[in-house]
Design a protein around this ligand. Structure first.
Ligand code: F6R
Length: 245
């Protein structure tokens, strides 16, 4: 695991965007695994800026996102499709037909998950997977559990995750209670993993996940076993790791 320390969120975003940009330049028809949430927004902004300057071309890129709320249609402003469209897809020359997320409107969980795993397989797997890190160690919506989930599955969001996501909704009641998420096996099958994390509120989980024991109670800890993980973290997120790094 390579850990890149950055001064702040902006610096983290630029460095992460550089890594994604290198992937697109080296393999224009690559498959990017993407994440939503606050952590990657600056990275997407930077990619959009470089696209605007003519330095990046998304025309051959395929994307598969980590997760989507169950029950939210694409038009809902809280859906992850809407988020991706706002922050990246509609701002670059990506072909919409090559952008994939689990189908939140498919009420049959098994069908939704099976279909998404088939899509990931049909595009040939993920070249570079971008991740954020939840306060409880979740990646995608793989919440702390007794075992690592494999493929795409439907999860009940933990109370902590519901509370953390309430900031995006009018009230806590409106936060969906379930989501479809890529499983740990799919995430671990990506050729490269890039995790972005920022802020002092993530300092404890950064230390626990990347320097503590590997356990499904801290889903991100499994990344210690991946052969090509880069964590781009700001000083605040690494503030509890002094003495280890
Ligand atoms: C989002 C996702 C989540 C977030 C995590 C961190 O697609 O899969 O695992 O990456 O909840 O969220 P932020 O970045 O908002 O702190």
């Amino acid at each position: 695991m390579k850990i890149i320390k950055t001064t702040n969120y902006r610096d983290m975003s630029r460095k992460a965007a550089n890594i994604i940009s290198a992937q697109i330049i080296l393999k224009p028809a690559c498959v990017l695994g993407l994440a939503t949430g606050s952590s990657p927004i600056g990275t997407y902004d930077q990619l959009v800026e470089w696209y605007g300057k003519g330095d990046l071309d998304f025309s051959e890129v395929t994307t598969v996102n980590l997760d989507e709320y169950r029950g939210l249609p694409r038009e809902n402003s809280q859906s992850y499709y809407y988020f991706m469209n706002e922050h990246l897809f509609q701002r670059v020359n990506i072909e919409k037909s090559k952008t994939f997320l689990p189908d939140g409107t498919e009420q049959d969980s098994e069908a939704a998950c099976r279909k998404y795993d088939e899509i990931i397989k049909s595009v040939g797997g993920v070249d570079l997977q971008l991740l954020g890190l939840g306060h409880n160690g979740h990646i995608g919506f793989n919440e702390p559990a007794d075992a690592f989930a494999k493929g795409t599955h439907c999860v009940d969001l933990s109370e902590r995750t519901i509370q953390a996501n309430t900031r995006f909704f009018a009230s806590e009641d409106e936060v969906p209670r379930q989501a479809y998420t890529m499983g740990i096996q799919t995430i671990m099958a990506a050729h490269k993993i890039l995790l972005v994390v920022s802020g002092e509120d993530k300092a404890d989980i950064v230390r626990t996940a990347f320097f503590g024991p590997v356990t499904p109670q801290v889903p991100a800890s499994i990344l210690q076993f991946h052969q090509d993980v880069t964590v781009v973290a700001d000083e605040a997120a690494l503030s509890k790791c002094s003495g280890i790094l």
